[in-house]
Ligand binder design. Structure first.
Ligand code: CU
Length: 368
């Protein structure tokens, strides 16, 4: 992966393979991710028309992927999980399909009640058979048009069971909301304003507070990087320290001001989300009885599922950043649209073939 979007490709171009997005409805944000309850809402293998693997499309889109969520999702907390399976190391000599996954916590607002059909849910891990031919596909010699992504069938509930019998459930997010006191954030870390001061001792105490927060930021920084820590370091701690050294003992400077360009809201890297890859998609896998009932006003929501520069090969806070940036987009489109709000992120379960590089720099209080 590329920490702090050092590259916008998201994944190395040699890594070719399929992508999938799974959701799991959970009762709260601390629910265990591993286990049953997962359903797949999207997948892509090889596109014979464009002659591209899913990963190649993502790379062309600067490491970003945008997915429209099913409109009949019941409101509440979800885990979202993207999965990339690359096949560059499946050769005649060895078979080593690689999994790159990451998770985000979502909150879906709206009025749609219901449950997810149990027959569409799978357990992760356990959703892919180790003998699945998809894991043995040789991209250097096999016919890619025969490739079929592994795992369960797609379940994309978009239709009401009965619009005459809609259950309405208002839903409000109480967990995982970004604190209003957050001045800049990095993954799940938030900076809060240092204590105000009017004398020299107070100035240095505030400086100490700043660097303590900074140290916690670098310590907690996931493989996606520490850009938010750097903003705090340069725009708060360094400025504050200079003020103390210069004898300006009233502060802190820029008290309460949010720092960094959109650093709290975590905008999409590069600023632009590609169009939803599945825009206008009808429901899939909805044959038979439909347990998920939908309110007429709950429309589809969009999430940037794989903001790949942030999520691919990441083991830490990843998708959440992209998804939270998307909520603004969604709300702008339609007020009644179910909004997706990501909070903090969870961990991935598959090992990456590349180690992340955490910046070696640490906060230092160069006080004299
Ligand atoms: Cu790799």
């Amino acid at each position: 992966m590329y920490a702090d979007q050092a590259s916008t490709s998201g994944i190395d171009p040699s890594h070719k393979g399929n992508m999938a997005i799974y959701l799991k409805k959970v009762s709260d944000m601390n629910t265990e991710a591993a286990g049953s309850g997962w359903f797949k809402i999207w997948e892509e293998g090889y596109d014979a028309e464009t002659k591209r693997w899913a990963t190649e499309r993502m790379i062309a889109d600067k490491g970003l992927l945008s997915i429209q969520l099913p409109s009949a999702l019941p409101t509440g907390y979800y885990l979202a999980r993207h999965e990339i399976i690359t096949l560059q190391n499946v050769t005649n000599d060895k078979v080593d399909a690689q999994f790159y996954v990451g998770c985000a916590q979502l909150f879906i607002q709206g009025t749609t009640a219901g449950t997810i059909r149990s027959d569409k849910q799978v357990s992760i891990p356990g959703h892919i058979d180790a003998a699945d031919p998809a894991l043995f596909h040789n991209i250097y010699k096999d016919d890619p048009t025969t490739y079929k992504p592994p795992g369960p069938a797609i379940f994309f509930p978009t239709t009401d069971a009965s619009s005459a019998n809609v259950k309405v459930q208002q839903s409000t997010q109480t967990e995982g909301v970004i604190p209003t006191t957050c001045l800049v954030k990095n993954a799940n870390w938030c900076a809060t304003e240092v204590p105000s001061y009017t004398d020299e001792a107070g100035c240095w105490a505030a400086s100490e507070n700043c660097f303590q927060q900074l140290d916690a930021c670098y310590t907690a920084a996931p493989p996606t990087g520490s850009a938010g820590c750097k903003v705090w370091e340069e725009q708060k701690c360094a400025v504050l320290q200079q003020a103390c050294q210069a004898g300006n003992f009233r502060g802190p400077p820029d008290a309460g001001q949010k720092l960094g360009e959109g650093a709290v809201d975590q905008p999409v890297p590069g600023g632009q989300l590609p169009a939803a890859i599945n825009a206008g998609q009808a429901g899939q896998g909805e044959e038979g009885s439909q347990e998920a009932v939908s309110s007429p006003t709950a429309a589809a929501a969009t999430t940037a599922a794989a903001s790949a520069s942030a999520t691919v090969e990441a083991a830490g806070a990843t998708t959440a950043e992209a998804a939270s940036a998307t909520s603004a987009t969604v709300e702008a489109v339609n007020e009644t649209t179910a909004t997706v709000e990501a909070a903090s992120a969870t961990t991935a379960e598959a090992p990456s073939c590349m180690r992340s590089r955490r910046p070696a720099r640490r906060a230092r209080r160069a006080r004299e």
